[in-house]
Design a protein around this ligand. Structure first.
Ligand code: ADP
Length: 169
């Protein structure tokens, strides 16, 4: 048996400590898919060191968005938000890592593109609040709920990343 067998054998399951297994939902919204920004957004999360544990391209329907945006359904902009979010396919992803919810919100930037800092996703790629490229969950509790709206439990892949000792101290 070759000595590399052990190294290359897929290792299922995630044995990382719980604080490294925090998860958040990121949506690459329909404007970003149309503008071919999907790879660019993914690259930022990969480069930061987060671990991708689920991803799919889908056309969202109103039922799903009503659940996802239940806090915003009474807002005057909600019909426009619904039209935007159902205008074409979007990419739903779950990213995992230490403080991933807080770090991802910082990487995404302010809701309003005009005040989103340069260097953030919205600050770099978006001109207007109504076309702001990405969604990211705003708390650990919200993330758990939102992941449940967009993914079945068996669509989340637990895997061990080889760079963990180099990503975390
Ligand atoms: P965030 O996405 O930063 O968590 P919110 O939860 O407040 O922000 O709003 C959800 C989404 O609704 C925003 O990302 C944006 O797409 C849209 N939105 C928020 N405010 C407005 C607005 N004033 N006009 C149009 N769309 C808006």
């Amino acid at each position: 048996r070759h000595s590399l067998d052990r190294e290359t054998r897929p290792r299922h399951g995630d044995t990382a400590p719980p604080e490294l297994q925090e998860k958040t939902l990121v949506l690459v919204k329909p404007d970003a898919v149309q503008r071919r920004l999907v790879g660019n957004v993914i690259q930022r999360f990969e480069r930061r060191g987060f671990k991708l544990v689920a991803m799919k391209l889908l056309q969202a329907d109103q039922g799903l968005l009503d659940k996802h945006y239940q806090q915003l359904r009474q807002k005057p902009f909600y019909p426009a938000l619904l039209a935007y979010m159902t205008s074409g396919p979007l990419v739903a992803m779950v990213w995992e890592g230490y403080n991933v919810v807080r770090s991802t919100r910082a990487m995404v930037g302010d809701t309003d593109s005009a005040t989103a800092a340069a260097g953030t996703i919205r600050g770099d790629f978006s001109m207007h609040v109504s076309r702001n490229v990405v969604h990211a969950s705003d708390s650990v509790e919200t993330a758990q709920r939102e992941i449940g709206f967009w993914f079945q439990q068996d669509e989340l892949v637990a895997w061990e990343s080889g760079d963990q000792d180099y990503t975390y101290g």
